[in-house]
Design a protein around this ligand. Structure first.
Ligand code: PEP
Length: 262
C-alpha cells in the first residue's frame, strides 16, 4: 500500500542519517567488537573513508559454539562510546528477544541476522523496540519469506525496516554465500522498504567486497554494509573479509563517485 519507496532515518533527532532512494548509505565497522581500541580504530577507519553509520557486533551468533561469541553488554557499552566519540549512529545485532530493550538503549538501529530472520519472537520484539531495524535475508530464505519476516516487524507497529541482501546458500563453494544481486530490484519492485547489500558476509572474501559493492551500486541498492578491521590477521571473527588500507580506499572512492557511476 505504499506507492513510493520509503526512506528510513537512523540516529538521534538532529543527527539522523537516511537510508532510502535519494541517497546511497555507506555503513562500515568491525564484524565483532573485540576491544575498545580495536573498535575505535575500525570506526575511525570507517568514518574517515566516508561511512555515515558504524556497524559492530556485540553478540555474535557463530556456527560453532566454541568460536568467539561476542562481548555482550561490555560490547554494547563500547559501541555506545563509539557513538558518542564519532557522532555517528551505530547498528548492532540482537539475537535474543529478552535483550532487545538493553540493545536498543545502547545503539540506534537493531540488526536481525541471517540466522534469526525467521525467529518470529525476535521479529516481534524488535517491532516493539522503537528503533529502526536492519533485517538480513535468511541464507536459505526466499524473497517472499524475507518480506514476510519484515511484515512480522511491521505488524508490531515498526515500519522503519531496512532489508539487507547478504548472500544465500548455493552449490558454489568459491564464495561463502552467493550474493543474489537480482534480489535488490526484485524486492524494490515488491516492497517500499530500502534494500542494502552486505558484500562482506555474502562473499567472505575481502577481494570481492569492492566489485560486489560496485554491483550493488549499479543495480540500484540503497547502500552497503561492510566489515573493516585494523588488523584482519588477528581478527576474532571473519578476518578474511575485513577491509584495510587499499581496498577500503577503493571502496570509499566508488561510493564517493556514485553520481558518475549511476
Ligand atoms: C553480521 O553482520 O555481523 C553477520 C553475522 O551477518 P549475517 O547475519 O548476515 O551472517
Amino acid at each position: 500500500h505504499h506507492p513510493d519507496r520509503s526512506t528510513v532515518w537512523v540516529g538521534p533527532a538532529g543527527h539522523q542519517v537516511p537510508i532510502g532512494p535519494d541517497t546511497f548509505t555507506f555503513i562500515a565497522g568491525p564484524c565483532a567488537v573485540e576491544s575498545k581500541e580495536q573498535t575505535a580504530e575500525a570506526s575511525r577507519m570507517a568514518q574517515s573513508a566516508g561511512a555515515t553509520i558504524i556497524r559492530g557486533g556485540a553478540f555474535k551468533p557463530r556456527t560453532s559454539p566454541y568460536a568467539f561469541q561476542g562481548l555482550g553488554l561490555a560490547g554494547l557499552e563500547i559501541l555506545a562510546g563509539i557513538r558518542e566519540a564519532t557522532g555517528l549512529p551505530v547498528v548492532t545485532e540482537v539475537v535474543d528477544p529478552r535483550d532487545v530493550p538493553m540493545v536498543a538503549e545502547h545503539v540506534d538501529m537493531l540488526q536481525v541476522g541471517t540466522r534469526n530472520m525467521a525467529n518470529f519472537g525476535l521479529l516481534q520484539a524488535v517491532g516493539e523496540a522503537g528503533k529502526p531495524v536492519l533485517l538480513k535475508r535468511g541464507m536459505t530464505a526466499t524473497i517472499e519469506e524475507w518480506l514476510m519476516a519484515a511484515e512480522y516487524i511491521a505488524q508490531r507497529g515498526n515500519l522503519d525496516v531496512v532489508l539487507c541482501e547478504r548472500g544465500i546458500r548455493t552449490f558454489e563453494p568459491a564464495t561463502r554465500n552467493t550474493l543474489d544481486i537480482s534480489a535488490v530490484p526484485v524486492v524494490q519492485a515488491a516492497s517500499h522498504l530500502p534494500v542494502i547489500v552486505d558484500p562482506s558476509h555474502a562473499s567472505g572474501r575481502k577481494d570481492l567486497v569492492v566489485p560486489l559493492s560496485r554491483a550493488a551500486i549499479a543495480v540500484g541498492a540503497d547502500g552497503v554494509i561492510v566489515d573493516v578491521h585494523p588488523d584482519p590477521e588477528t581478527a576474532l571473527c571473519d578476518g578474511p573479509q575485513a577491509l584495510l588500507g587499499a581496498e577500503l580506499r577503493e571502496l570509499a572512492q566508488a561510493v564517493r563517485r556514485l553520481p558518475e557511476v549511476v
